[in-house]
Unconditional design. Structure first.
Length: 508
C-alpha cells in the first residue's frame, strides 16, 4: 500500500503558512529594472501544493522582447563589453556569493513554484545554481585556444592562432523542473564568456529567474547584461524571442516537440542552437550488482523531484535471476515515499508542477492499464489532507508486463513512474536499452568492471552512469543524442556554442 500518511492537516497548514509568506507577483527584468510591461495580459501563478494563488505574472509580448534584446545588445557595446576577463569573472563570482547570501529567499521561491521538498532544493537546486557561475568563470579564465606554425613557399613561414569572441545576445529558454539550476547552467557560461542574455523562464516557475535580477543589481552587474521576459511559447514571449533577428544564439531545455519548433525559427538567420530535450532513459541492472545500491539509485532516478527530471529513469531492465527481488524492493521503496509539504523533513515526494501536468501523467497511468500493464504499486492520486487536496499530487507508480512498443515504454511521461522488464543476456539488455528514439542518459548497475566498460560504450546516449545516478562533474560534456538534443555544454564544450572562433594568420 502506498504511504497514505502525509503531514497531518495541522502540520500541513503550519508548513504552508511558512512557505506562503514568500508569495509574490513576478515582473519582467529589462535593462536593470523591474517592470510589468506594456500589456495588461498575464496569468495567476498557482502553487502546486494546494492550487492556491502565488501571485500575478505579466505576459511579455513583442514590445518587451524588443526592449530586452535591445538592452542586451547595448550592454555588449558598453561597460560589459569593455571589461577584461578577470573583471567579468570576478563580478560573476560575486553573483554566486549573492545567491548564497540570499539562499533562503531562493529556496522559498523554488519550493513555492515547484512544490518540491526543501531537502531536495537545499542540496541540489540552489547550491548548483550558484556553482554554475563559479564553475564557468574558471573555464573563461583558464581555457586556451590554439596556435600553429606553418611553412610558406618563401621559407619565412606563418603563425596561426585562434581567437574567441562572445557570440552576442543569447536567448535562454529554461524549463520548470529545475528552474534555477538549469537556467544558470546556461546563463553562467554565457555571461562568463562575455555574452548578454534574455531569459524566458517557464510560465510555471517564474520566481527564481526574477529574483536573480535583484542579485544582479545588488552586485552591480551592468544594465542589460541579464534580462528576463515572462510569457508562454506560441504567439507570446517564447516565439517572439526565438524569432528575433538580433538574437545570435538560442539555448533551450525542454521537450523535443518544442525544440523542433525553436529549431525551425532558428533557421531564419542561421542562428546556432544548443538543445537538451526529452528522454526515455533506461537502467540496466545486472545480477552481479550490489542490490542495495541498485535499488536505492533507481528509486532516486525514477521518483526524485516527482519524476520530473529529464535524466530520470522510466525504463528498468533487470537480469532475470534478481528480477523478482528487485521488483519487490523497488515497490517497498516507492511505497515508503510519503507525499507532503516542502518544510516537513519526513516528506519523500512532492506534487507535480501543475494539475495540468498531472492530467497528462494520469492519462499515461490509464493508458498503461488499457495496454495490459500489471500495476505493482500506485497508479492514481494519494489521499491528501484537506489543505492539500487542491494540489497536483500523484502516486509513485511501477508497472510490469507492458510490450516494448506500448506508449508507456516508448513515450516520455515525466512523472514518478517506471516500467520494469526482465532480460537474460547482456546483448538483449543493450538492444532493449537502445530501442528508443531518445538518447539522453542511462544507468548501469554491475560490479563487473569489464562489463561496465563494455556495456557503457554501446549505449547510444549523451551520459552514462555506472553504479550511480545524477553524479555530475561540471567540467564534462553534457547533452543528448538522437531526439534528446543537439550540442554539448559543460566545461570547455560550451565554448563551441557560447563563442565564435576566428583564426588569425600572421605572415612572417
Amino acid at each position: 500500500m502506498i504511504c497514505e500518511t502525509p503531514s497531518s492537516p495541522a502540520q500541513s497548514g503550519e508548513a504552508l503558512g511558512r512557505i506562503a509568506r514568500a508569495r509574490r507577483d513576478a515582473a519582467h527584468f529589462i535593462d536593470g529594472a523591474f517592470t510589468q510591461g506594456s500589456s495588461s495580459n498575464g496569468w495567476t501563478n498557482l502553487c502546486p501544493l494546494d492550487g492556491s494563488a502565488i501571485g500575478r505574472v505579466p505576459e511579455g509580448g513583442k514590445t518587451e522582447v524588443d526592449a530586452a534584446v535591445a538592452a542586451a545588445r547595448a550592454a555588449l557595446g558598453g561597460e560589459w563589453g569593455r571589461m577584461s576577463v578577470l573583471q567579468r569573472t570576478d563580478m560573476l563570482g560575486a553573483v554566486a556569493d549573492g545567491i548564497d547570501r540570499r539562499f533562503d529567499d531562493f529556496l522559498e521561491a523554488e519550493c513555492l513554484d515547484t512544490g518540491k521538498p526543501i531537502s531536495l532544493a537545499r542540496h541540489i537546486d540552489i547550491p548548483r545554481g550558484a556553482a554554475n557561475f563559479k564553475m564557468f568563470t574558471d573555464v573563461a579564465k583558464t581555457v586556451a585556444t590554439e596556435c600553429f606554425t606553418m611553412d610558406t613557399p618563401d621559407g619565412a613561414g606563418a603563425i596561426n592562432y585562434g581567437l574567441r569572441r562572445p557570440r552576442g545576445v543569447i536567448a535562454v529558454i529554461s524549463p520548470w523542473n529545475l528552474p534555477l539550476l538549469l537556467m544558470t547552467w546556461k546563463v553562467g557560461p554565457a555571461l562568463a564568456l562575455g555574452n548578454s542574455v534574455v531569459v524566458k523562464p517557464s510560465e510555471e516557475t517564474p520566481l527564481t529567474a526574477t529574483l536573480l535580477g535583484e542579485v544582479m543589481n545588488e552586485i552591480g552587474v551592468p544594465k542589460g547584461v541579464y534580462n528576463v521576459v515572462h510569457g508562454f511559447g506560441p504567439n507570446s514571449a517564447g516565439e517572439f524571442l526565438t524569432q528575433h533577428p538580433l538574437v545570435d544564439g538560442i539555448t533551450f531545455t525542454g521537450e523535443t516537440r518544442t525544440g523542433e519548433a525553436i529549431m525551425r525559427e532558428a533557421a531564419l538567420g542561421i542562428r546556432p542552437v544548443s538543445f537538451e530535450l526529452g528522454g526515455k532513459n533506461p537502467a540496466l541492472v545486472f545480477a552481479d550488482c550490489d542490490l542495495d545500491k541498485a535499488v536505492e539509485g533507481t528509486l532516486r532516478s525514477a521518483f526524485a523531484n516527482c519524476g520530473q527530471v529529464c535524466l530520470g529513469t522510466e525504463r528498468v531492465y533487470v537480469e532475470r535471476p534478481i528480477y523478482d527481488a528487485f521488483v519487490a524492493r523497488l515497490k517497498a521503496g516507492a511505497e515508503a515515499l510519503c507525499p507532503g509539504v516542502p518544510d516537513d523533513m519526513t516528506t519523500g515526494i512532492g506534487p507535480l508542477v501543475s494539475r495540468e501536468h498531472r492530467e497528462k501523467v494520469l492519462s499515461y497511468y490509464r493508458r498503461a492499464v488499457e495496454q495490459g500493464a500489471t500495476i505493482v504499486t500506485g497508479g492514481g492520486i494519494p489521499d491528501m489532507p484537506d489543505a492539500l487536496k487542491g494540489g497536483a499530487w500523484v502516486q509513485p507508480t511501477i508497472w510490469t508486463g507492458l510490450a516494448e512498443d506500448s506508449d508507456c515504454v516508448t513515450q516520455e511521461i515525466f512523472g514518478p513512474c517506471c516500467h520494469i522488464r526482465p532480460f537474460d543476456t547482456e546483448e538483449e539488455a543493450i538492444s532493449l536499452a537502445n530501442r528508443t528514439a531518445y538518447g539522453l542518459a542511462a544507468a548501469i548497475w554491475t560490479e563487473n568492471l569489464a562489463r561496465a566498460h563494455r556495456v557503457a560504450a554501446r549505449m547510444e546516449i549523451g551520459i552514462c552512469w555506472v553504479n550511480s545516478w545524477f553524479l555530475r562533474d561540471l567540467r564534462t560534456a553534457f547533452g543528448g543524442s538522437k531526439a534528446s538534443g543537439i550540442g554539448r555544454e559543460g566545461g570547455v564544450h560550451g565554448l563551441e556554442f557560447y563563442t565564435e572562433m576566428s583564426n588569425i594568420c600572421i605572415k612572417l
